[in-house]
Design a protein around this ligand. Structure first.
Ligand code: FAD
Ligand code: NAI
Length: 464
């Protein structure tokens, strides 16, 4: 340790970085974390998972009151008014509480926060805001930022990224969302519930790429019923802003006649790219692959001994819980333990209403690998969903035709994000569909639909 300032220096304090730093410190390693943002917690806590969920929750309650959904349950409210200022304030409060919580955890675990931008000056040295830090191990956890659309300038006023879309000072009359992925649908839903007319322009022929095909179709149907308009197989070729209004030029993805759409706000949500600019990776002898990611091995080690990488900056889904699990595993590997993440079982959730969740293989991907059995159960047959007036959606369980081992589970219903944990745990333990079908599930719960879908794999559900 003589010449080193730290055993571990983590660059970036997002869900990957802060978790890695805390775990490393818990394991007795002298740890620091460099963060250039004013507050800890990265994209997720500051401008991602947390503020988006604060707006999704509040706008959902507003929508339930404003559209008369609550009145139908016997909850009469008189006139319903939106106080957007208060809604933004509770979002900021949620972010402040949680980012402050990480600062507290750093102090508690004796992780030193080095404030400022970090860049490599050698294989084991980093410059943080003018100060040289030498560490035995360096974990790159610098996350990701919005992918720009060529020729479209994000001014965070009329043309916004997800960060600007969380902060809009008034509800736009018309909003165009470029990209029908997770961010577009979550934040498009927020502003649609608050009164905006939202049009989603998606390059592909269906929304939510990467998810199960039937789930994508069902989600599209439900969002249309909620008033979102979709222009699928369509590309945006230009966005012009004049006097606070945007004019978008769109045309069929395959080419064809162009048309224009007017909007008061445009959200660019066509994906995110790894953050490596300004890290001076060359000084450490590192480079990026053609997708801009830092390549790692199974242990999260880069090709340069002592340098590790996790989270959005490495290949794999850009998800906070994936980054967190990698943070724990990399710290354990550095400490000489065996840190493992099972990348085949990473759940993903879209926090719309209803929620959309999946884990493991889609039906399409599973079919490509071999013979499968599929069991489906509609939420319309689930007593709790029916009682709560939530007839939309279904659960799908995909199992290996020969071994019955569960390969994937897909869910659309109000609490799908909570339900998917059961499926992930079952898959982690190598469960069969029969194991799930013969597990007692509490009644009346939405989770019973997972049991019934598993029973459907074996061909014997009860309630349909
Ligand atoms: P990040 O959280 O991006 O953190 C990286 C940190 O490193 C940043 O704070 C950055 O300032 C800092 N940094 C970068 N370079 C340097 C440098 N050179 N020196 C010092 N500091 C540096 N995922 C989910 O699982 N669930 C969700 O509900 C969800 N919602 C999202 C909503 C939105 C609107 C967005 C944009 C993303 C959402 N995500 C969600 C994705 C999630 O935020 C990311 O997957 C996650 O934050 C990745 O964690 P990370 O630690 O890899 O990086
Ligand atoms: P995304 O990859 O989910 O969706 C981008 C969409 O834009 C795709 O459907 C793609 O086909 C489309 N697209 C790409 N180029 C286009 C173009 N030129 N014109 C029209 N459409 C185009 O990316 P998104 O929504 O920006 O989110 C980024 C990341 O953030 C995701 O990978 C996701 O993992 C993460 N995230 C996770 C959340 C969650 O877990 N609930 C919430 C929000 C973000």
């Amino acid at each position: 340790m003589a010449d080193y300032n730290f055993d571990v220096l983590v660059i970036g304090s997002g869900p990957g970085g802060y978790v890695a730093a805390i775990r490393a410190a818990q394991l007795g390693l002298k740890t620091a974390c460099a963060e250039s943002r004013e507050t800890l917690g990265g994209t997720c806590l500051n401008v991602g998972c947390i503020p988006s969920k604060a707006m999704l929750h509040a706008s959902e309650l507003f929508g339930e009151a404003a559209t008369g959904k609550l009145a139908k349950l016997g909850v009469k409210l008189g006139s319903v008014e939106l106080d957007l200022g208060a809604m933004h304030a509770q979002r900021r409060e949620a972010v402040k509480g949680l980012t402050g919580g990480i600062e507290y955890l750093f102090k508690k675990n004796k992780v030193e926060w080095l404030k400022g931008h970090a860049k490599f000056t050698g294989k084991d040295t980093v410059d943080v805001a003018g100060k040289t830090v030498r560490a035995k191990n360096i974990i790159i956890a610098t996350g990701s930022s919005v992918t720009p659309l060529p020729g479209v300038e994000i001014d965070e006023d009329v043309v916004v990224s997800s960060t600007g879309a969380l902060e809009l000072a008034k509800v736009p009359e018309k909003m165009v969302v470029i990209g029908g992925g997770v961010i577009g649908l979550e934040l498009g839903s927020v502003w649609s519930r608050l009164g905006a007319k939202v049009t989603v322009v998606e390059f592909l022929d269906q929304i939510l790429p990467g998810m199960d095909g039937e789930i994508r179709k069902e989600a599209n149907k439900i969002f249309k019923k909620q008033g979102l308009e979709f222009k699928l197989s369509t590309k945006v070729t230009a966005v012009k802003v004049d006097g606070g209004k945007a004019t978008l030029t769109v045309e069929p993805a395959a080419g064809g006649a162009a048309e224009t759409i007017e909007a008061d706000a445009v959200l660019v949500s066509i994906g995110r790219k790894p953050n490596t600019d300004g890290l001076n990776l060359e000084a450490a002898g590192l480079s990026v692959n053609k997708r801009g990611q830092i390549e790692i091995d199974h242990d999260f080690a880069t090709p340069v001994p002592g340098i590790w990488a996790i989270g959005d900056v490495v290949p794999g889904p850009m998800l906070a819980h994936k980054a967190e699990d990698e943070g724990i595993a990399v710290a354990e590997n550095i400490a000489g333990l065996t840190g493992i993440v099972n990348h085949d079982v990473i759940p993903s959730v879209v926090y719309t209403t209803p929620e959309i969740a999946g884990v493991g293989l889609t039906e399409e991907a599973a079919k490509e690998k071999g013979a499968i059995k599929v069991g489906k159960f509609p939420m319309a047959g689930n007593s709790r969903a029916k009682t709560n007036h939530e007839p939309d959606g279904f659960v799908k369980v995909i199992a290996d035709a020969e071994t019955d081992r569960v390969l994937g589970v897909w869910i659309i219903t109000s609490v799908a994000g909570t339900m998917i944990a059961q499926a992930a745990q079952a898959m982690e333990f190598g469960a069969t569909s029969e194991d799930i079908a013969y597990t007692c599930h509490a009644h009346p719960t939405h989770s019973e639909a997972i049991k019934e879908a598993a029973m459907a794999v074996l061909g014997k559900p009860i309630h349909i």
